[in-house]
Design a protein around this ligand. Sequence first.
Ligand code: AMP
Ligand code: MG
Length: 319
Amino acid sequence: MTDFTPILQAARQAVQVCQLVQQKHIVHSEKAGREPVTLADYGSQAVVCRAIQQHFPDYAIIAEESGKDFRELLTDEQRVEISTIIGDVLGETVSAEQVANWLDHGKNAQHEFTWVIDPIDGTKGFLDLRHYVVAIGLLQNRQPVGGILAAPEYPGGGALLYAFDDKAYKEPINGGEAQQIRVSSQSDPAKLRALESVEKSHSSFDRMGKVRQYAGLLEDNIERMDSQEKYGRLADGLAEVYLRLPHLDSNRKHSIWDHAAGTALVVAAGGKVTDVDGSPLDYSEGTTLKNHGVVASNGPLHDKIIEALQQLAAEEIES
Ligand code: AMP
Ligand code: MG
């Protein structure tokens, strides 16, 4: 069996880098017309890519940030600053040039396995001191087969949630015993706990509210939360439904790094993750999913939610 311990360790170190940046100060630039990016995004990705380079040197990597942006968007001082923080966490001297090279490692590799990295998923949550995760997924022949979510704000002082070889686990983020996790077995719609994004621009609260209502879920059982921690909670039996429905006029595609680790985790924990029509998420090409939305659940009510989505679609066609 493959030993993924070094990548779990890198996920922990990546969170340490994020926390050091968060404690000192948040330095961030807005990538033109895109999501915010912070020094910690580069630091986190560099640490994870470095571990992959050491332990899985031939595997391909698809990651959100690039060495090019690191060189072009940051000042010399910022590059030195984040390299110093990485060095402190790793206990070795790290140069800005090394960081730039780690960021791009595996980018052009062709391999059966691809690591898919979101160095800070939920950057807006990170900036506003809410929830965020370091997300590391693993695709085999472009299907999610493994994943790690390092979630510093997870209930109980932070957790490392991960799945490999069809089993899902959770352990304290600062080290400790791993326990196997499973999705909840709840099947009473009135008791289902639902999750959705905090950001109203990321998905349509209105459409998701209707779908839950049609499926018989109660509106007071909803929690809004940043990042793939939502998938983690589902895998861990702390919620049953996570919907991500785009606004009707949106044509923004879902990035694979926002879903790969979470999908693998929920499926390994016994849950289901599909498109709005019940078909599987399609990771087959490029950096985006081919799907319209995401429905993740513990299972028993999945078909009912898909039916509710069909009801919504029929209404939307009429109006
Ligand atoms: P969440 O906190 O669940 O909204 O997830 C954060 C992720 O949402 C970010 O990493 C972005 O890549 C992604 N995102 C940003 N805008 C959109 C959008 N319009 N539709 C779907 N995902 C988005
Ligand atoms: Mg993200």
